[in-house]
Design a protein around this ligand. Structure first.
Ligand SMILES: [Zn+2]
Length: 46
């Protein structure tokens, strides 16, 4: 049986206020949405 390296269960995205739970197969600290996007575009209403 092949062992698949997985990350801890129940980790959440480290992006502020993001409650997205990361997959155990996602070894990154951010969810797919915030991965590689430190600052997502936000439509600001003025
Ligand atoms: Zn996120």
């Amino acid at each position: 049986m092949k062992k698949v390296k997985t990350s801890l269960k129940g980790r959440t995205c480290k992006y502020p206020h993001c409650k997205q739970v990361l997959s155990v197969y996602n070894h990154e600290e951010y969810c797919n949405i915030h991965l590689g996007r430190p600052e997502p575009r936000q439509k600001s209403h003025k």
